[in-house]
Every structure is written in C-alpha cells, then in structure tokens.
Design a protein around this ligand. Structure first.
Ligand code: KG4
Ligand code: ZN
Length: 347
C-alpha cells in the first residue's frame, strides 16, 4: 500500500512516502534557522513557513519516490498534539488531497508516530523491531512530551507516567539558554557533556521517592539557574568559565538521565514488559541510548530505537507507518470534512 504522510505539528514541515512500512521518501524542511533568533518556536512564523513549504515538500517526496498523487492509496496526517496553527496547515492539505483524489485518510497521533518510528523499514526491509511484543513499553522524550506508554495487546496505548511540568527536551533547551548556548539546546548540551565532569555539581533528582511513574524537570532547570547565578556571583569576571559550562552540561545531563531511567526501570519491573521502544528528539542522544541500554541489561529484554536521527526527531515517515497500522485496524476518518486538529490530543 502506497502511503503519503504529512506532519506539521511543530517546526518541521515533513512529507513522506512509504510502501507499507518501507520508507521510500522522508522529506523534512526544518525551520530551525527561522526560529533561532527568537530562542524558541514562534507559532505564527511556523504557520507561515508550513504554508509556504507544504506543497513543495509533498512534491519533493513524491518525486523522490517516483510517484504521482494518483498512485497514492492512503493519506496519513498528524492531527495532534502540537501547535494548533501549525497542525492546521497539514490537516487542511491532507483533507484537500483526500477529497480531490478520493483517497482514504487516517488521522495519526504524533506521539504514536514516535512509537511506530521503530517499525519503519529501510529499503532493505530492516526495522529496529519487526513487531511489537506485548506488553511493550515506549519511552517518548521530545521537546513537548516525556511519557511512559504501555502498549497492550491489540495496539492499545496507555500513558502510565509522564512529566508533570517541562518535557525533557524542553529542559535541555532551557538549560542551554541559561548557559548561553543558543537554540535548540539539546544537541549542543549533548556534545559539550561528552567533555565534562558529570559529577562536578550535584543537582536534584525530582520525584525520586514518589512511587508513581511521573517525572518533573522544572526543579532541575531552576537548580541549574541558581547554580549559574551563584557561580557568576563568585567569579571575578562575572561570567562562567568554559570548563564550568561544560561541567554543568554534563551534570545536568547525568541527572536528567537518572531521573528518567529510575522510572523506566520501575515501569519495566511493574508491567513485566517484553520490549522497550524509544522515540522522540531526545532519543537522538547516543549517550542517553547507551545509558538506557546499560540500565535495562539485567532485565534481558530488547531495547529498540530508530537508528537514524531523522526518525527520532519529527518526520512524516513515522506518521505513515503508524497510519498503516491504523488502516489495518480499520481506523479511517469517516467524515473527512469534519476532521479537525487537536493540539492537546492524548494517546
Ligand atoms: O521530537 P522532536 O523533534 O520534536 C518534538 O516533538 O518536540 O524533539 C525536539 C527536542 C528538542 O527539545 C531538542 O533539544 C531535543 O529534542 N534534542 C536533543 C538532542 N537532539 C534533539 N536532546 C538531547 N540530546 C540530543 N542529541
Ligand atoms: Zn515529536
């Protein structure tokens, strides 16, 4: 089945073509350069860029796959969660194409997309996992979400733990801002942390003693802010040294990893899961993957993640694959004209 998928949930305009789960094209037009000078995503700028880029992005995906719109058999689109006015652009285009070309439409939850990125196959037919082994556990960590999702038989998803305030990627971005490292901060902190002493500063692990599976990152961010203020106040030139920045990045990252891994281990034990699937932008961090693998080694279960960074961060191929599974379950949009975006859609 040839699928066209669209994702405009945040600051990347993406269109993909797959043949079932096999990725034939996954075009991502990033807006990072547009938002950089504002230090974060500006919704109105994102919407304008999506409007300008959606048609060329779809065209390029079709061209790369060697198809015309007439060849497409299913259209999949992200309806939420995300920025309302950004989601709107993709949803409107998907509805227009589904009506014009008389194709079935599936509305995909963006977070389900991050899970299904693990089932996306390359041209050789290889995917991080062949199939979901129930019960499976997904850890989704992005700029907007930090969730532990239990995947029960039949593909039913249940959020069993989540952040009560900032998402982990958001904490990376905010700490990067405090350290004067620019936007987006995740990749920069990850790079600097490699050279730093992760034990140089002690920072708090939030929710450590709470028995539930929820997380919190805003306290960690505030602790970094106070630490930076204190270091600046006691310095002669009233700024952080390069070494201090690197050590704070490493210490922040260690504590962020530890807080997530603590709850991940608890969830694996509690639900006796057979498999752990990782997804979302922060999973692009190789040290994070390594730390998760090491922590879960004693459980002797498979830990999978998308091999390509492009499949960890926002992209439409993951929406195509999730859409493919939804179509198999018969979950198509019955009334195309009434489909609306849902910025706070939950799994
Ligand atoms: O999944 P994603 O592309 O978009 C959302 O749906 O939010 O995730 C983006 C987030 C940003 O906060 C970014 O700083 C973070 O992922 N990120 C990273 C890395 N690469 C991206 N965080 C830590 N280490 C990385 N290497
Ligand atoms: Zn995402």
């Amino acid at each position: 089945m040839k699928i066209l998928a669209i994702d405009t949930s945040c600051d990347e305009t993406s269109a993909a073509i797959t043949d079932n789960e096999v990725i034939l094209a996954n075009v991502i037009s990033s807006q990072v350069q547009l938002h950089k000078k504002w230090g974060g995503v500006v919704p109105a700028i994102a919407q304008r860029a999506h409007k300008e880029r959606i048609v060329p992005t779809i065209k390029e995906a079709l061209q790369q796959a060697g198809f015309k719109l007439e060849d497409i058999e299913l259209i999949a689109v992200t309806y939420g969660p995300g920025l309302a006015i950004a989601l709107e652009v993709g949803v409107a285009k998907a509805k227009e194409l589904a009506n014009q070309y008389k194709k079935p439409l599936v509305a995909v939850n963006h977070m389900a997309g991050h899970i299904y990125a693990n089932l996306a196959k390359n041209l050789a037919g290889k995917a991080p996992v062949e199939k979901i082994e129930y019960p499976s556990l997904a850890l989704l960590v992005s700029g907007g979400h930090t969730e532990l999702v239990l995947i029960k038989a039949g593909g039913q998803l249940e959020i069993i733990g989540q952040t009560l305030d900032d998402a982990m990627g958001e904490a990376y971005d905010k700490v990067a801002k405090i350290l004067g490292l620019g936007y987006p901060g995740g990749p920069t902190i990850a790079r600097l942390a490699k050279q730093g002493d992760s034990r140089a500063y002690s920072l708090p692990i939030a929710m450590k003693n709470s028995q539930d599976l929820n997380l919190s990152f805003s306290g960690l961010k505030t602790a970094v802010l106070y630490l930076v203020k204190q270091l600046i106040d006691s310095s002669n030139d009233r700024k952080l040294s390069k070494q201090q920045i690197i050590d704070i990045a490493a210490s922040f990252q260690r504590v962020a990893f530890e807080s997530v891994i603590l709850k991940l281990e608890r969830a694996v034990k509690k639900y006796h899961v057979k498999q752990v699937l990782l997804g979302g932008g922060v999973i692009a961090n190789t040290d994070f993957r390594r730390a998760i693998r090491a922590a879960l080694k004693p459980f002797n279960i498979s830990v999978a993640y998308p091999n390509l960074i492009k499949l960890c961060t926002d992209n439409a191929a993951m929406i195509a694959v999730a859409g493919y599974y939804q179509f198999q379950r018969g979950e198509i949009v019955n009334n195309i004209d009434r489909l609306d975006r849902d910025p706070i859609a939950s799994l």
